[in-house]
Design a binder for this molecule. Sequence first.
Ligand SMILES: NC(=O)c1ccc[n+]([C@@H]2O[C@H](COP(=O)([O-])OP(=O)(O)OC[C@H]3O[C@@H](n4cnc5c(N)ncnc54)[C@H](OP(=O)(O)O)[C@@H]3O)[C@@H](O)[C@H]2O)c1
Length: 307
Amino acid sequence: MSSSKITVLVTGGNNGIGLAACQLFAAQPEYHTIMASRSLEKGQKSLASIQSSNPAGSISLVQLDITSDSSITAAVEGVKSKHGHLDVLINNAGICPMDFSRSILRDALETNAISPSVVTEAFAPLLLKSSSPRIIYVSSVLGSISHRGDLKNMAYNEAYKAYRISKAALNMVVACDAWEYREKAKVFAFCPGYVITDLAGQREAKERAGFAKSPEGSARGLLAIVQGKRDEENGQFLHDEKGGEVYPWWKPGEKLEWVDLGLEKSGENNDHSQVELVYRYYFPGEGSAHLLSSQETVQYWLGKPEF
Ligand SMILES: NC(=O)c1ccc[n+]([C@@H]2O[C@H](COP(=O)([O-])OP(=O)(O)OC[C@H]3O[C@@H](n4cnc5c(N)ncnc54)[C@H](OP(=O)(O)O)[C@@H]3O)[C@@H](O)[C@H]2O)c1
């Protein structure tokens, strides 16, 4: 069916960034997109919405719960029998718990680090049949240990502890796979940016923020990697912001410095769905506070303070 097409499988393809990626890949005539969804019902709904736009490429659906070995085995068998190989695996499915406990951390590690690693292992025989295999892991800047200590990072004063730990573990998966497949496949970590999706129940807060990206923007970043436009950055932690650079995973020998920003959120509501994007920063060593507008805050986060 799609033997002459580039086959791309997207985990968590039924929603958010995964869905936008499936939509964009399906719009390219040279691709066959495989939307992997843990819920067939949700997947069928999302598939129908893409098919209703008469995409130039082709698209199909496979059931895949990345935390279930039997589901992974069945998905690999399904792709093998229909396509015989896989060109691109996008490990996108993920969760973002906001709290922290042993079981929450376990779940985060299971979904965000262990399962993508196992999924790649399972699809590796099909990927290695491709003439140009690519493996992309959708990570997050929150998994960069360097950025945990960077006070200019937009999430400096947010804990996200279980999520950060799980994405840092995922980044090591990427570094290990980049070594393991160094002669055979291109391997990337990709941070999609701060994107309006259902992740962590933050859709409304992100919409209110006014500067969060659309999932379509992240999908374009993924397409650029699949098209080979970022091949020189193979094995690195790519992101989409500021013209597309790479993030540091961890700078060897670097000492992290924690600075108390004395940050106050104007809404004083810390349930993360109600974050008010007006902040008061107390710069260390400067006696006064400066109330930042949302726009100034963004400039500050982007490292371009103009105040
Ligand atoms: N949004 C952002 O700002 C942002 C920033 C940095 C990184 N990311 C990363 O981007 C990726 C996609 O997130 P998103 O923002 O698009 O979130 P989302 O809208 O919540 O989508 C997450 C997707 O992952 C799927 N999923 C979760 N657990 C799964 C499992 N065990 N098996 C299979 N699928 C599973 C979900 O399926 P169900 O529909 O069945 O739940 C859903 O399709 C994640 O890895 C996330 O960490 C997002």
